[in-house]
Design a protein around this ligand. Structure first.
Ligand code: ACO
Length: 328
């Protein structure tokens, strides 16, 4: 660590589309109820984009993060977007954001690790920034999940929402935010959550079918999370000679309030250390952790440069999961 260039979180921003769909609103289209959704997931409402695509949400989140500390877009050397709902396969969302904000000196690319994407992207950005000549990197988690879910499938449609969150990373002589990490994947279980399948159809084939919509075996994912997430958190904390009691907050991907409660119970840590906003936004996939971080900073629960210790944990499609141990 001592030889490594130090990188810290300098600023955080978010952008949420305006339109709200409550659980009751959904009953107009789906055979569901507020009672079912609330009791199984903790979700009360979600924000849904009506016109803005993923790059639009990410652009606004980036401008918020930059505006708070008056860093100019030209000073950004690296721009990574974590998303599983890009505008297109190409150009990447990151390239579109780079153009929108005029970050003309930034290299830009997307990472897809589904709901673990933000944690993966922070890990990559921190390492790349530390060996680059640039001072700043933007890491954005952004999703328009409403365009990938199957609105006829009540078992998944009620779960997801749209939004974007962004952190601005800065090389800094004094503070190193990234204390430890573990990132994992198990591709052999990828079929538990699929989205955006593309079949091979060309002049030599025809009729190959693919399902573009998100499909999820909720039970499989639930079991996987209960087994892997507490382990990942314990691993990252203990590998860095800390105790769970010394962690101020555990910021988990906001997939399901019951899951978060189960993880808190398994770790024997009070639920108050697991802040949640899933009731407001639903599951915003790669965006959920930076959106939550931004809200906690806005509410004063978390302060940058405060020496607070937090764990960020993502989990989801791939399957992928992982934790970052961060000192603010
Ligand atoms: N409204 C009413 N009833 C419903 C709905 C709905 N929206 N959806 C399903 N049901 C019914 C089912 O049809 C089923 O009925 P049946 O018993 O008559 O067959 C019953 O409710 C139970 O369905 P289950 O799927 O077994 O419900 P479960 O209690 O497992 O909850 C849930 C489902 C919420 C999805 C849960 O499994 C879960 O949260 N899993 C984890 C999801 C997750 O963490 N994903 C993160 C990754 S996301 C990513 O990477 C993009």
């Amino acid at each position: 660590m001592s030889n490594r260039v130090k990188v810290r979180i300098h600023s955080v921003g978010k952008y949420i589309p305006e339109k709200i769909l409550t659980n009751d609103d959904l009953t107009e289209w789906l055979d569901t109820s507020d009672e079912w959704i609330t009791s199984r997931t903790g979700i009360k409402q979600r924000h849904i984009s009506t016109t803005e695509n993923t790059s639009d949400l990410c652009t606004e989140a980036a401008l918020k993060a930059l505006g708070k500390v008056k860093v100019k877009a030209e000073e950004i050397g690296l721009l990574i977007v974590a998303t599983m709902s890009p505008d297109a396969h190409s150009p990447s969302v990151a390239c579109t954001v780079q153009s929108n904000i005029h970050a003309k000196n930034a290299m830009a690319f997307d990472i897809n690790a589904a709901c673990s994407g933000f944690v993966y992207a922070c890990s990559v950005a921190e390492k790349m920034l530390s060996v680059s000549p640039y001072q700043y990197a933007l890491v954005i988690g952004g999703e328009v999940m409403s365009k990938v879910v199957d609105w006829k499938d009540r078992s998944t449609a009620v779960l997801f929402g749209d939004g974007a969150g962004c952190v601005l990373l800065e090389k800094n002589e004094n503070t190193h935010s990234f204390i430890g990490e573990n990132l994992h994947a198990d591709g052999s279980r990828g079929s538990s959550l699929t989205s955006g399948e593309v079949a091979v159809n060309n002049l030599l084939t025809s009729g190959n079918k693919a399902n573009p919509h998100l499909q999820m075996n909720g039970r499989d994912i639930f079991d996987f999370v209960i087994r892997s997430v507490p382990k990942s958190i314990i691993e990252v904390v203990e590998a860095n000679q800390l105790q769970l009691e010394e962690i101020d907050y555990f910021l988990l991907h906001q997939a399901n309030a019951r899951l978060i409660k189960a993880v808190s119970k398994k770790l024997k840590q009070p639920i108050e250390k697991f802040p949640q906003n899933i009731d407001q936004y639903g599951n915003t996939s790669a965006a959920s952790i930076p959106i939550l971080l931004d809200e906690l900073i806005e509410h004063g629960d978390i302060q940058l440069n405060s020496n607070q210790t937090i764990v960020l944990t993502g989990f989801g499609g791939g399957l992928t999961w992982g934790s970052l141990l961060i000192k603010l």
